[in-house]
Design a protein around this ligand. Sequence first.
Ligand code: SER
Length: 290
Amino acid sequence: MKYMTTAEIREKYLAFFEEKGCKRMPSSSLIPDDPSLLLTSAGMVQFKPYFLHQKELDPAYIGTTTAQKCVRTNDIDNIGDARHLSFFEMMGNFSFGKYFKNEMCAWAFEFSTEVLGLPAEKLYFTVFEDDDETIEIWKSLGVPEDHISRLGEDDNFWRAGPTGPCGPCSEIYFDQGPEVGCGSPDCKPGCDCDRYLEFWNCVFTQFDGQEDGTLAPLLTKNIDTGMGLERIAAIMQGVTNNYDTDVLRSLVGVGERLAGKTYKQDAAVDKSLRIIADHSRSVTFMIADG
Ligand code: SER
């Protein structure tokens, strides 16, 4: 595994999916054109009309790829720990009926192991409850059975809000080692500790969530994937805290200078410096987007 800057990873991801036939598109605004959402919280938000086939992609492409700026507030109380951010960039690729699970899983595996060079033995995969099909696909790519597990709706069914395109998902985790874990004999992907870091979520967007809570099938079977850029940057830079990466460490440094404090001397100060770095970044991008 070779050190990569955040900028290098972003470009490698976009170029990889462009090569597969996806159209590289710009990030959309953090203020979505969508009455069901306050903020753009995921890469799929700008593509909701495509999943619903209200808009069609140029047929020259099989899908799209983006680096989407996102703001998420549901994890607000966890910000300042090693892996939660209110503002983050999500590397995504999206299919509106042209490619599905087989291609998606194969490409996610290829990008992770060949382009990023992640050791396959450190990768773990989760699937939604009864999704045997995705288990078989990961196995066909060489993933051993004991690196695949099933999780329920909280972890492995993804939706942006109460209504709209959604579906079961399969997540990819990187084992950061027992030294950053909780030590529990039950520790496994999905555990709240930092050992198994989820860095890529592959959503099989097949349903349109209705106001009454039911799931209507979408016209096509679609893909929405999101790889957390700051999390993968931490992995590629050999650090176990997102705030120790090239981009975020420099923002923590601004806080150190302004506050006259030194990072990594006092745990409470460190957490505050991380929160200031995160929240300043969010607010700056939100103001910029109006
Ligand atoms: N929409 C999914 C997520 O945000 C995958 O992109 O995790």
